[in-house]
Design a protein around this ligand. Structure first.
Ligand SMILES: NC(=O)C1=CN([C@@H]2O[C@H](COP(=O)(O)OP(=O)(O)OC[C@H]3O[C@@H](n4cnc5c(N)ncnc54)[C@H](OP(=O)(O)O)[C@@H]3O)[C@@H](O)[C@H]2O)C=CC1
Ligand SMILES: Nc1nc(=O)c2c([nH]1)NC[C@@H]1CN(c3ccc(C(=O)N[C@@H](CCC(=O)O)C(=O)O)cc3)C=[N+]21
Length: 294
């Protein structure tokens, strides 16, 4: 079994990006500027956005955190998005999901300038991705592709089973694994809560990408010997013996599944840190595109 070490690879990627930023500075150019909008104060969302801001500082990006109260109206959020769209200093921004129920997510995603949509959730960018055109690839699937590539995991002709069909992980992942080229050229089955015989389908998978958010969902008896296991799930489990009052766990029974797997991602330290690194990569890309437009 080989560990797909997202912590290590994400640090390599951040070092690579930092070197690019240093060159920009040396040439007297503007450095990339990423903004994040967060509505409300959900603990997990704040952790994620906080580590993004820290990473920006680490690699020399400018960063802006826009924190709005949970009572923010859709109109107020749309106004903020328009400001960020118009702000020439901002290269890219994300609006942290999920949003409070008074705000329509689709209208928000449509309002973001596709050239600044470093999450890759705008329909224009999502469509380009599905059509193999150059665009921003959503950070979590992009991070998984990068891990597969750096560890030279064979995907061609393999049966990939994706569990979960969310717009931010499962759906784009299923499209990307089936695209031409490598990592890709995979035969993909996209499963969800209405899938019949899901255990049987998973047992046929060469590659399992689990993105449901159910701890211990994937057990050793469900997977084939030698399968590649990607665990996207992140669940906070309350535990008073831990310093933070909780620990985080993925969807996979790591201890037992890792004995059968050829490659496996840990949680924490797998897909999560890769997501942050690829968001930074998309922001660097956004800066380069904005520069060459002028
Ligand atoms: N590591 C990272 O960087 C990231 C981690 N995450 C984590 O990944 C997990 C998934 O998040 P997200 O993609 O937003 O997913 P959602 O919570 O939006 O959706 C979950 C998906 O799983 C499916 N599902 C739920 N229960 C079952 C079941 N018992 N059997 C089969 N399918 C099931 C649902 O089916 P249906 O569509 O039918 O409801 C749905 O498609 C969460 O734990 C989240 O915290 C998310 C983003 C990034
Ligand atoms: N617009 C938007 N874009 C997103 O990309 C997005 C989002 N909304 N909403 C929520 C999900 C979730 N997500 C994570 C990113 C990093 C970690 C991460 O770094 N996890 C660490 C542990 C973090 C901890 O200790 O809690 C790890 O796995 O090692 C987790 C989750 C991005 N998301």
């Amino acid at each position: 079994m080989e560990l797909l070490d997202g912590k290590k690879v994400s640090n390599q990627i951040k070092t690579e990006i930092a070197a690019e930023v240093a060159k920009m500075r040396d040439r007297g150019e503007k450095v990339p500027h990423l903004a994040a909008v967060i509505v409300g104060s959900d603990g997990a969302s704040l952790t994620y956005v906080g580590s993004k801001v820290r990473s920006c500082q680490q690699i020399g990006f400018e960063s802006t955190l826009v924190q709005l109260p949970s009572t923010t109206s859709e109109q107020e959020l749309l106004k903020k998005i328009e400001e960020l769209n118009q702000d020439a200093d901002i290269d890219g921004f994300i609006v942290q999901l999920p949003l409070p129920e008074q705000i329509n997510e689709q209208r928000v995603l449509l309002a973001i300038d596709p050239d600044k949509d470093v999450d890759g959730f705008h329909p224009t960018n999502f469509g380009k991705m599905a059509l193999d055109m150059s665009t921003f690839i959503p950070a979590t699937p992009f991070g998984i592709l990068e891990l597969l590539e750096r560890y030279k995991v064979e995907t061609q002709g393999k049966h990939t089973v994706v569990i979960g069909r969310s717009h931010i992980v499962g759906r784009p992942m299923s499209i990307l694994m089936g695209r031409k080229g490598w990592p890709g050229n995979s035969t993909v089955t996209l499963t969800h809560s209405h899938t019949k015989n899901i255990t049987q389908i998973i047992s046929q998978a060469d590659i399992v990408i689990s993105a449901l958010g159910v701890p211990n969902f994937l057990k050793a008896e469900m997977v084939k010997d030698g399968a590649v296991i990607i665990d996207v799930g992140i669940t906070r489990v309350p535990d008073e013996t831990k310093e933070k009052g909780y620990y985080i766990t993925g969807d996979v029974d790591f201890e037992n599944v890792s004995k059968k797997a050829s490659f496996i991602t840990p949680v924490p330290g797998g897909v999560g840190p890769m997501t942050i690194a690829m968001l930074l990569k998309n922001t660097l890309l956004a800066r380069e595109r904005h520069r060459s437009k002028k």
